[in-house]
Design a protein around this ligand. Structure first.
Ligand SMILES: Cc1cc2nc3c(=O)[nH]c(=O)nc-3n(C[C@H](O)[C@H](O)[C@H](O)COP(=O)(O)OP(=O)(O)OC[C@H]3O[C@@H](n4cnc5c(N)ncnc54)[C@H](O)[C@@H]3O)c2cc1C
Ligand SMILES: *[C@@H]1O[C@H](CO)[C@@H](O)[C@H](O)[C@H]1NC(C)=O
Ligand SMILES: *[C@@H]1O[C@H](CO)[C@@H](O)[C@H](O)[C@H]1NC(C)=O
Length: 549
């Protein structure tokens, strides 16, 4: 008996230690610098000419896992125009999401703002880890339709291994609090069934997805995947902007084609560097759906007449560079709840069979916050306001946009147009999604978030437009979709498979040049894209190693 008690005390002590130690350990881990810093240097420190097996343009969501994988067998250089996310508190935490996204845009800010011709404000990562270092962290594997319809004959067992490789390093199961739990219940009340619990798969129903924020709210991103690299084989040039891909034509071995031989990049002091590829090596463009088509065009790889109109010498006529650019529209509503809520980014999602995909977030806005807070009236002004949102994005989309140059300066955003809802199917999907949100709002779980007015009536306090009262009216709902369109930042395309690159992600008609990132996607992976993009980087790296060895 005494022994039994003793054991119980030991158990209790173990529990107490278990509960107390992790935060302390976490604190010290926060101070520990990531291993990738050992091979990441300011571009100014690089020689004016150097040779590598693989030169990867852009240390982003796909570029980092690709580089880490190739480094196990080859000499790799990553050239990234931004710095490291490590050491930037807003960037490195879930609660800093909005602050880093809205930080005043200068050449150094990790989120580069851009606005489409439709007037929708958007953002692109400019930091190691790319857009995975500024995003909302939701992690979910691409759906089966993506693997069937993306124009690539995927080896699904390597796809799975690649997802697992990513997940082991940077994917966590989130803790749900008030708003996300209420959203989960609301989805089920509105018939978004079955409930699939926690799952990394994209399947119809309501689920809790993975997240790249750990349980202390700290961000993990594709930059962390560089920690898998073989340090002696890899270098990362930070604050280095690639200005041009260098191409040589017709060697003795491949008479008909042109071959990428290296790149020119520029450091912060304006110095030029050449990074050249060795025999059998390649240049791989991973600059994202905005950066990759832009860099190809500026390198003379694109539609001949268009390049000529800019006076850019044509290196390779590739008629679809910059075409087939897509952005999934986001629409939704926001409310101020009658009591403060926690901060939460996307954890629970609803996947309908009508092409709509539902998400929720709650944002704590300090009262002094510059944007939008001053005109929100609350009963007694609190120091912090919460804004809770329900939103939907559509799958696809089918509406097609395009990209063109605004300048021959690579640092300037190109001009993009997404043509939201020009395909009527997209509009139908949005209407279906917004109706689901109306359904959620009328459910029991959401009642809790209403205010009671002096006459005893209960209603939501909306921030921004409320849904039409008659959500069964197609015309009113279509107007709502068009007038409140926003982005969910899942833009993709511009160098799509089948038009600009082939099923091996090689630029059609050229040697030693591939594009590996979201610009190659002709469809979105159903869910949020980061999981599929990280998988893609790992997958292509494994495939290239297999090809060469
Ligand atoms: C605000 C926001 C929230 C999001 N939320 C989510 C989410 O919760 N879940 C999810 O799955 N997805 C989310 N996404 C989408 C997802 O993050 C992106 O689709 C994905 O990261 C894109 O990956 P990529 O490899 O194609 O490009 P990126 O990750 O953007 O990588 C491109 C890299 O190339 C660099 N680069 C570009 N041009 C040059 C050049 N000329 N020279 C050198 N370097 C260059 C850039 O600095 C960047 O690091 C979000 C995106 C944003 C912006
Ligand atoms: C990179 O090096 C140059 C030259 O020393 C310096 O001016 C610049 O500030 C450095 N950049 C960073 C981010 O350290
Ligand atoms: C890949 O993983 C999915 C989801 O776990 C599974 O359904 C599928 O059978 C796996 N495919 C292969 C080829 O391993």
């Amino acid at each position: 008996m005494a022994k039994h008690i003793h054991h119980n005390l030991e158990f209790l002590a173990a529990v107490i230690i278990f509960v107390l130690i992790p935060p302390l350990k976490a604190k010290s881990e926060q101070g520990k610098s990531p291993p990738y810093l050992k091979f990441a240097f300011n571009a100014t420190e690089f020689p004016s000419e150097d040779y590598y097996d693989y030169v990867i343009i852009g240390g982003g969501t796909a570029g980092c896992p690709l580089a880490a994988t190739l480094s196990t067998n080859f000499r790799v250089l990553v050239i990234e125009r931004g710095g490291v996310p490590y050491g930037r508190p807003n960037l490195m935490s879930r609660d800093g999401f909005l602050a880093s996204l809205t930080e005043v845009d200068n050449l150094d800010s990790p989120a580069q703002a851009f606005t489409s011709e439709e007037g929708v404000a958007n953002a692109r990562g400019r930091v190691l880890g790319g857009s995975s270092a500024i995003n909302a962290g939701f992690y979910s594997r691409g759906d089966p339709e993506f693997f069937q319809n993306s124009g690539v004959s995927w080896d699904l067992s390597i796809v799975n291994q690649s997802f697992e490789w990513v997940e082991r390093a940077i994917v966590f199961r989130p803790d749900l609090r008030n708003w996300q739990s209420a959203f989960r219940d609301g989805l089920l009340e509105a018939g978004v069934a079955p409930y699939n619990g926690f799952s990394l798969e994209h399947k119809i129903g309501t689920k809790i997805g993975g997240t790249t924020f750990d349980n202390y709210g700290r961000r993990h991103s594709a930059a962390d995947l560089l920690n898998y690299a073989k340090a002696s084989n890899i270098k990362v040039a930070l604050h280095g902007t690639v200005e041009r891909i260098l191409v040589a034509s017709a060697s003795a071995t491949s008479l008909s084609s042109k071959s990428a031989v290296g790149v020119v990049y520029r450091d912060q002091l304006g110095g030029f560097h050449h990074a050249m590829v060795r025999e059998k090596g390649e240049v791989i463009v991973s600059a994202g759906a905005i950066g990759s088509p832009q860099l190809l065009l500026l390198s003379g790889i694109g539609p001949r007449p268009y390049l000529s109109s800019w006076g850019i010498p044509v290196v390779h006529h590739s008629p679809y560079v910059g075409q087939f650019l897509y952005d999934n529209p986001r629409n939704g509503i926001s409310i101020v709840p009658p009591f403060p809520l926690e901060h939460s980014l996307i954890q629970v999602v609803g996947i309908t069979n009508a092409g709509a995909y539902l998400e929720a977030a709650s944002t704590v806005i300090p009262f002094a916050y510059p944007a939008r807070s001053v005109f929100i009236r609350t009963p007694s002004p609190p120091l912090y306001l919460t804004v809770a949102s329900l939103m939907e994005k559509i799958s696809g989309p089918l509406s097609v946009g395009s990209l063109r140059l605004a300048s021959i300066d690579i640092r300037a955003n190109p001009v993009v147009r997404f043509n939201y809802f020009t395909n009527p199917v997209d509009l139908d999907r949005c209407i279906a999604g917004m109706r689901k949100i109306a359904g959620i709002l009328s459910g029991r779980s959401m009642d809790y978030f209403k205010f009671t007015d002096m006459g005893g009536r209960r209603d939501f306090r909306f921030v921004g437009p409320a849904l039409p009262v008659y959500s069964s009216d197609d015309i009113l709902m279509a107007d709502f979709c068009r007038h409140t369109v926003n982005t969910i930042w899942h833009y993709h395309g511009g160098c799509i498979v089948g038009k600009v690159v082939n099923h091996d992600f090689r630029v059609i008609g050229m040697d030693a040049l591939r594009i590996v990132d979201g610009s190659t996607f002709n469809i979105s992976p159903g869910t949020n894209p980061q999981a599929t993009l990280m998988m893609l980087g790992r997958y292509l790296g494994l495939k290239i190693i297999k090809e060469r060895l």
